[in-house]
Design a binder for this molecule. Structure first.
Ligand code: HAM
Length: 420
């Protein structure tokens, strides 16, 4: 019988502690990003990964690529159309409406897998992980600064090089609509020169043409109307102010062609890109979406948020291997295990900064020592029959050849371990 394999575009992640591996980096990145969110007083929200498919059709938008061709949806046993979430924002708003929490303010964070049926390639998976934040209930102003500040903190914390935060302002709903109309009027005479995908965008979602990867389309767009001529002065002032305040911390660029691929955005939008990523160069994206809550049946609630693509982010960070000391506890005969586990239990409670690895497998002292060295352990604690009869253990330094191993009493082991 053929082996069952994982699905295309979906991967298993293993943490082997080696920070050269993408999976191990991803676990470490998750921990550190979570800490940054908590430092900014965001609170965690966990929503189900499966939702009513209509949630995404009504929020992300029926003209977006995500809903058009990338959504993982299927009918359940009751013939209800469900979808694996392609992103986190819509679910957060659904939850706020359901709990009738639209009238208070919230700062929320989430982290978890998302699904999009894309053509898999480097940096583009069918199951991938996002860490995101949403600030709910506060109109344009302070939250924009908080958002750029948290992005700069993340970029600085990981010492990311070669990245740029692109920012733009789509104006009010009316501004966005007038600009969209002007863009369509401009592009109509060039319709035949556009490729099939951009022709389709012209019909369904003209703003997305600005993101086109086609060089022909981009050269046509050189003389197209610019959003900056359709938005209020205050929108341009906000972009300039954000750039002025944070440019000393991170590379910030105003890009009037940035539109974002989800329909719910209004006002301020942004993306962070890295030149180290290749074609899929955006590792973070977000913006304001003041109308989404009312669009989904709730009260009006201004909102802004962003999400980081953790696989892409992990690709561009360099991390050092864990600096914590490692001690290998080696048991020579299996009948000593109960005693050894009790000693190890006490040791772990004495010093939480040390990783204590107790050998679980059978094998000779020699093979266990070889494994401890391979794991780069700092010390080995060896417990044999003779040692236990004398209520002692052997401590063997593994990184300093000049230091001799020594037999110590269990009480002295506890003091030694606490002081490590
Ligand atoms: P998004 O731009 O669609 O925004 O996704 C955010 C990030 O997720 C992207 O910048 C990218 O790094 C990563 N990403 C997207 N698709 C894939 C994929 N197929 N494989 C790997 N990584 C991927 C959102 O999802 C919005 N919900 C962000 C937001 C929050 N806006 C307001 N609040």
């Amino acid at each position: 019988m053929a082996n069952i394999k994982s699905l295309t575009g979906m991967q298993d992640l293993y943490d082997d502690g080696d920070m050269k591996n993408l999976s191990s980096k991803l676990f470490e990145v998750e921990k550190r990003i979570k800490d940054i969110f908590i430092n900014y007083k965001f609170q965690e929200i966990r929503t189900p990964v499966l939702e009513d498919a209509n949630l995404f059709i009504r929020s992300v938008g029926s003209s977006s690529d995500i809903v058009n061709k990338e959504i993982y949806s299927f009918n359940d046993r009751n013939d209800k159309a469900l979808a694996m979430r392609p992103e986190g924002t819509a679910s957060v708003i659904r939850s706020i409406i359901e709990k009738k929490l639209e009238l208070s303010t919230h700062k929320l964070w989430y982290l978890g897998p998302m699904w999009r049926y894309e053509r898999p390639q480097k940096g583009r998976y069918r199951q991938f992980n996002q860490a995101g934040v949403e600030i709910l209930g506060i109109p344009e102003g302070f939250p924009e600064y908080e958002m750029i500040s948290i992005i700069c903190s993340i970029i600085q914390d990981f010492d990311l090089k070669n990245c740029v935060i692109k920012i733009n302002h789509l104006g009010t709903k009316e501004n966005k609509e007038s600009f969209c109309q002007a863009l369509v009027n401009f592009l109509e005479p060039f319709k035949k020169e556009l490729n099939e995908k951009d022709q389709e965008r012209l019909e369904k979602n003209p703003l997305r043409i600005l993101d086109s990867k086609s060089s022909e389309t981009q050269s046509i767009l050189k003389n197209s109307p610019s959003i900056k001529d359709f938005v209020d002065e205050s929108s341009i002032d906000l972009l300039n102010s954000l750039k002025n305040e944070f440019s000393d911390l991170c590379n910030i660029e105003i890009d009037h062609k940035l539109v974002r691929g989800l329909d719910y955005y209004s006002g301020f939008v942004f993306e962070a890109i890295s030149s180290e990523l290749g074609a899929q160069d955006s590792f973070l994206g977000g913006g304001r979406y003041d109308y989404l809550c009312s669009q989904l049946g709730g009260k009006e609630m201004p909102a802004i948020g962003m999400a980081i693509g953790l696989e892409r982010f992990s690709e561009i960070v360099s991390l050092k291997n864990n600096q914590k000391k490692l001690v290998s506890f080696i048991i020579q005969t299996s009948n000593l295990e109960p005693k050894a586990y009790k000693i190890a239990h006490h040791l772990r409670s004495l010093n939480k900064d040390i990783v204590l690895d107790i050998s679980l497998s059978e094998g000779s002292l020699k093979s266990k020592m070889r494994k401890a060295n391979k794991n780069n352990a700092d010390f080995a604690i060896i417990l044999g029959e003779e040692e236990l009869n004398n209520k002692s253990v052997v401590i063997k330094p593994l990184k300093d050849e000049l230091k001799e191993q020594q037999a110590v009493s269990i009480d002295d082991l506890y003091s030694f371990y606490k002081a490590l």
